[in-house]
Write a protein that binds this ligand. Structure first.
Ligand code: 4AD
Ligand code: MG
Length: 480
């Protein structure tokens, strides 16, 4: 007999045919009711045991966390909370879980803090919250591929090990096969990377953009979806050292079309979650409502999780230039009353997350796309505007998250790019191939990067980014 997934069982009509299910015990009440979960859905299957018909020694092994196999037939449930349940005829213990040991873990049936769950990240997917988050994460990844594939984009695999710094920010993890205790040195006493595996300095990629640009210039429309790495020492609820990024890149596309693409794409993916992940979203929504009960009224969200998602679908993202935003911020209450940590004094200031959140959550009250930033606070590859001081950059800002997307129209003019690289100290010998692209049939093109974990955070309502990726990597933390 094959076992059936619980998600399918719960959609099945009662019948006298026996079925088999396998899963992990969530609870065993009154020596009679087993709540079984196999990960296929947030819902447990109730398995009803007539304990008179089973050995005491077997019943003792039906403990929280144990893996079991159950055979029985599906009946209409007598109790509340489920339509069907299994009337058990056979039980097999597949893997025991010692109750004394379980007590010390997050599997024990009580409330655990998110911090404690992180310490046992190898077990946390067995909790309702992480099961729901990880199923959603998987569905969202699928929706992303579906969106691009349906719209004529090709999936491009950018290299993970690179010799260049795509963002020019120097926040890279080195990749080396040299003996750290005894590295070869050059005549100046510096480590000689010519002796290293790749015969040059290499690092983990911070972004697949530059390579994606080269492919957009041949395939037209491409996207990457892969891990990216940043050695920035940011200990926040929105930063990871290893995160997944989606980077579409489109030939013959300017910044306005790039904004349209970002908005359409994000809305598609959120709609997909609403359509396909109802049970998990409902659970996460209730979880948030529960959490909010302990907060003062003023700090509670006005919208439930799904209301917030629908709100994003139903409203246009507000498009605002950096210059307009600075004017707004300068005049804003928190700026005038010196409530911001960083007071906005003049045009040119870099926006901190407090400013972004003010714009999105207080002023506009909807997702915002900021564009045309000062050239000197943005990356070297962004297209210079005719004013000579701003670039065709865009950031999409989301409530509760801040920046979810960063992108731009790219500088397609060889001379302008070359000069910009000189001024900003970007090594041209390393990026000769990127410059080359502007010599052979250059064209207007644009793209952006969406931080996948920030999207998952938004859709699931999880407040810390460490709780939307299976094994988070952050400063001082590469456990598991
Ligand atoms: O704004 P960023 O740095 O842009 C780029 O990397 C461009 N090359 C993208 C492009 O145009 N193709 O990063 C893009 C997005 C951010 O908006 C944010 O959502 C996410 O990636 N991100 C991070 N997510 C988690 N942890 C970090 N440390 C992140 N850094 C950026
Ligand atoms: Mg950015």
């Amino acid at each position: 007999m094959q076992h059936t997934e619980i998600i399918k069982v719960l959609r099945t009509e009662p019948s006298l045919h026996e079925i088999m299910v396998r899963g992990w015990v969530r609870s065993f009440r009154s020596n009679r009711f087993i709540a079984l979960n196999d990960g296929s859905t947030i819902h447990n299957l109730q398995c009803v045991v007539d304990f008179e018909n089973f050995e005491e020694s077997l019943l003792k092994k039906i403990t929280v966390g144990a893996a079991i196999e159950v055979v029985g037939h599906l009946v209409e449930s007598q109790g509340q909370g489920q339509a069907v349940e299994i009337q058990v005829s056979k039980i097999k213990i597949l893997g025991e879980a010692d109750p004394e040991e379980v007590k010390r873990t997050i599997l024990s049936p009580k409330r655990h803090s998110m911090e404690f769950l992180r310490e046992q990240a190898h077990l946390r997917v067995r909790t309702n919250t992480f099961g729901a988050v990880m199923r959603l994460r998987s569905k969202l990844a699928f929706a992303i591929h579906e969106y691009f594939q349906k719209n004529g984009f090709y999936y491009m695999h950018a290299p993970i090990i690179t010799g260049s710094d795509a963002e020019g920010a120097g926040e890279m993890f080195r990749v080396s096969a040299l003996d750290p205790k005894n590295p070869p040195l050059d005549e100046n006493g510096n480590i000689d990377y010519k002796e290293d595996f790749f015969e040059k300095e290499t690092n983990l990629t911070v972004s697949g953009q530059l390579e994606a640009e080269t492919y957009a210039m041949g395939l037209g429309k491409v996207y990457t979806f892969g891990p990216t790495f940043r050695a920035e020492n940011s200990n926040t609820s929105r930063h990871l050292a290893e995160f997944w990024m989606i980077e579409p890149e489109v030939a013959f596309c300017d910044l306005d079309s790039n904004m349209d693409l970002a908005e359409d794409f994000i809305k598609y993916v959120i709609q997909f979650a609403l359509d396909n992940c109802q049970d998990d979203l409902e659970f996460l929504e209730n979880r948030l409502l529960d959490e909010e009960k302990n907060k003062p009224q003023a700090e509670r969200n006005e919208m439930s999780l799904r209301e917030k998602l629908r709100f994003v679908l139903e409203n246009n993202f507000k498009r605002v230039s950096y210059t307009e935003a600075i004017e707004l911020l300068k005049r804003s209450k928190p700026n005038q009353k010196k409530k911001f940590k960083y007071i906005i004094e003049e045009w040119g200031a870099d926006l901190q997350s407090e400013h972004e959140r003010y714009l999105v959550e207080k002023h506009f009250n909807c997702p915002v796309i900021l564009f045309d930033y000062p050239a000197n606070i943005k990356s070297f590859y962004m297209r210079l505007n005719d004013d000579g001081k701003t670039v065709r950059a865009m950031d999409v800002l989301f409530p509760g998250i801040g920046e979810i997307v960063g992108g731009s129209q790219r500088e397609e003019r060889y001379e302008v790019l070359k000069q910009k690289m000189e001024v900003m100290g970007i090594p041209q010998d390393e990026l000769y191939w990127y410059l080359d692209l502007r010599k052979f049939g250059t064209a207007v093109h644009s793209g952006f990067g969406l931080g996948f974990e920030r999207l998952v955070q938004f859709v699931t309502g999880m407040s810390n980014i460490r709780d939307v990726i299976p094994y988070p990597r952050t400063p001082g933390n590469a456990e598991f």
